[in-house]
Write a protein that binds this ligand. Structure first.
Ligand code: AMP
Length: 149
C-alpha cells in the first residue's frame, strides 16, 4: 500500500501503524521508581507509558526523568529508587491520539515525541505510534513513488 498514492495521507488512520497495547512495555502509577528503571533498562526504551490500575493511560516516564530525580549534589541517591513512586516523576501533560486520528495527526505528534500514545474514548490505553513506524511508511511511499516515474 502506498499512503501517498493510493489514499490521502490525511485520510489514513493511525490504526494501520499502531503497536497494540499487549506488545507495549508499560509501568503503573504506584510502581516504585526502581521497577520503572528496570523496565526501561531491560527493554532498551527511553520512555514507556504509565497506566493506572484499570489500564487507563495516565502519562509516560523516561530514564532521564528518573535519573534527574535521584541526582543529588554529589551522588545519585539510589535509595530514592525504592522510596519514590512512578506517579511522582512521570509526565502527564503530553498529547494522545485515538485510532481514528489520521496519519497526518500522527506525523504532527511525533515531531516532538519519539512515540505517541493512543487511547480509546474512555481513556483506556490502546497502544503506541512511533516516529520510526511513520518514517518507515513514508520512506516506502517515497521509493514507490520514484520507481513509478
Ligand atoms: P522506536 O521508534 O522503535 O525506536 O521507539 C521509540 C520509542 O518508543 C522507544 O524509545 C520507546 O520509548 C517507545 N517504544 C517503542 N516500542 C515500544 C514498546 N514495544 N513498548 C514500550 N515502548 C516502546
Amino acid at each position: 500500500m502506498s499512503i501517498i498514492q493510493d489514499k490521502e495521507f490525511a485520510n489514513i488512520s493511525v490504526d494501520e501503524l499502531l503497536i497494540p497495547s499487549e506488545k507495549v512495555a508499560h509501568v503503573q502509577l504506584n510502581n516504585p521508581l526502581e521497577h520503572a528503571l528496570l523496565v526501561l533498562v531491560k527493554s532498551g526504551y527511553s520512555a514507556v507509558p504509565v497506566l493506572d490500575a484499570s489500564y487507563k493511560f495516565v502519562g509516560i516516564i523516561g530514564k532521564t526523568a528518573i535519573l534527574n530525580q535521584i541526582l543529588g549534589m554529589e551522588r545519585f541517591e539510589i535509595e530514592k529508587l525504592s522510596e519514590m513512586r512512578v506517579k511522582e516523576v512521570m509526565s502527564s501533560d503530553i498529547p494522545t491520539l485515538t485510532r481514528e486520528h489520521s496519519l497526518l495527526d500522527g506525523l504532527n505528534a511525533v515531531i516532538d515525541h519519539a512515540f505517541v500514545c493512543l487511547v480509546d474514548q474512555d481513556g483506556y490505553f490502546d497502544g503506541i505510534l512511533t516516529r520510526r513506524a511513520i518514517l518507515k511508511q513514508l520512506k516506502k511511499d517515497i521509493y514507490m513513488n520514484s520507481y513509478k516515474k
